[in-house]
Write a protein that binds this ligand. Structure first.
Ligand code: FES
Length: 106
């Protein structure tokens, strides 16, 4: 599956993702800027915040309580499309998933 990352400068990066990897891990492996992921994916830092494209929102399981609590603490404004990218696992159904990197993570 290919994941598309819309960067702060408005350009889009496409990264080939492994099934089962997180959207955060895929970004790091693809050198996508703007996803800090300070905690390394254990859902405790909220610096892997992304905005998910509306077309894909309903394909994702909703955030669990822990993710939702952390989303209240993200540095950029929380929106209905806000998710923590370390909690989003790539599947074949998510091919083409598009996420936008927020202005700041800290
Ligand atoms: Fe820390 Fe996602 S990488 S919460």
């Amino acid at each position: 599956p290919t994941i598309h990352y819309i960067l702060k400068d408005g350009t889009t990066r496409a990264v080939d993702a492994k099934i089962g990897a997180s959207v955060m891990e895929t970004a790091i492996r693809g050198n996508v800027r703007g996803i800090d992921a300070e905690c390394g994916g254990c859902c405790s830092c909220a610096t892997c915040h992304v905005y998910v494209d509306d077309a894909f929102l309903e394909l994702l399981p909703p955030p669990d309580d822990m993710e939702s609590a952390l989303l209240d603490a993200v540095a950029s404004e929380r929106q209905p499309s806000s998710r923590l990218s370390c909690q989003l696992n790539v599947s074949a159904a998510l091919d083409g998933l598009t996420v936008r990197v927020p202005d700041t993570q800290v």
